[in-house]
Design a protein around this ligand. Structure first.
Ligand code: SF4
Ligand code: SF4
Ligand code: SF4
Length: 279
């Protein structure tokens, strides 16, 4: 298989993610926090240095929030839905602080040459079940009691969180899972599950030219959420998947010109290029 010549897309994505992490988690200390703008990313409500709030504020104790200020709550929900309808899960691939945290762990693991554990296809239905169980759990119970993310994003902003031992236990489990497998939290993230519902009808599209594909499998090997269709499907042009976070790694490594491409509102922004073998 031809080897990738450069990783410009990944470098660009990391730069955007670092900037988004700064804006969503720190910049509020300098330019002031804005508690009314809610963005569809998984950022802990108690990470108080952000310029905006992550959608966790909508998810924390859903019923209580809805009852407390119904108009504001619905405005936030509708705003989040519209923003996901516009650019789909580009939010996950380019702006989510938790996604960034996971990608840094992956980068360290790759530098240390630690082999990741591939999650078998047979386990996917169980993971999907767990993901939707979490969605229904947070709609009726308190997300903070089980959410492991507070132990990552809150200390990153200079604070400590004193929450439940259950959440602490999940934080350890999630940390190990993230070390062992790309984007392990994203696979069960309740916010990601909800965004996945509208990912396929959003303005963002991952497309494939089946006749240009040589079935080399490179796209599947780099996909952080193991989307089989990007490799297998040679019939459909639109291969946008609910789980796709638009990291564009598949486009980056695909060795065939125009076999994979990304469109935003019908405009082709990225496409695979023919690779030249590295010496
Ligand atoms: S699926 Fe991952 S990237 Fe998307 S909101 Fe959840 S944690 Fe963030
Ligand atoms: S299908 Fe491609 S763009 Fe989507 S998550 Fe997988 S590698 Fe990233
Ligand atoms: S889409 Fe590209 S990377 Fe994926 S199997 Fe086909 S040729 Fe290989």
């Amino acid at each position: 298989m031809n080897k990738m010549k450069n990783n410009n897309i990944t470098l660009f994505r990391f730069a955007i993610m670092a900037l988004a992490f700064f804006i969503f988690s720190f910049a509020g200390y300098w330019i002031g926090a804005n508690t009314t703008v809610i963005v569809p990313v998984f950022n802990c409500e108690y990470a108080s240095g952000g310029t905006t709030r992550g959608a966790c504020i909508v998810l924390i104790d859903f019923n209580k929030n809805m009852g407390a200020n119904f108009n504001r709550f619905m405005f936030s929900v509708v705003g989040c839905i519209i923003s996901v309808l516009l650019i789909g899960r580009l939010w996950c691939g380019y702006t989510c602080p938790v996604g960034f945290f996971q990608d840094i762990i992956t980068w360290i693991r790759q530098k240390l040459k630690i082999t990741q554990i591939n999650i078998p296809q047979e386990a996917k239905p169980i993971i999907t079940l767990a993901k939707w169980y979490l969605v229904f759990y947070i709609l009726f119970y308190d997300l903070c009691k089980v959410c492991p993310i507070q132990f990552f994003t809150v200390p990153a902003t200079g604070f400590t969180s004193g929450t439940s031992s259950t959440a602490y236990m999940w934080a350890v489990v999630m940390c190990v899972a993230i070390i062992l497998s790309d984007r392990a939290f994203c696979r069960v993230c309740p916010l990601g599950a909800m965004m996945g519902v509208v990912n396929r009808i959003s303005g963002a599209r991952l497309k494939k030219c089946g006749s240009a594909c040589t079935h080399c499998r490179a796209c599947l090997e780099v996909c952080p959420v193991d989307i089989q269709e990007v490799y297998e499907d040679r019939e459909n042009e639109d291969i946008t998947h609910p789980d796709c976070v638009y990291c564009m790694k598949c486009i980056e490594v695909c060795p065939e010109k125009d076999a994979l491409y990304f469109e935003l509102f019908g405009i082709k922004l990225l496409k695979s290029k023919r690779m030249v073998k590295e010496k």
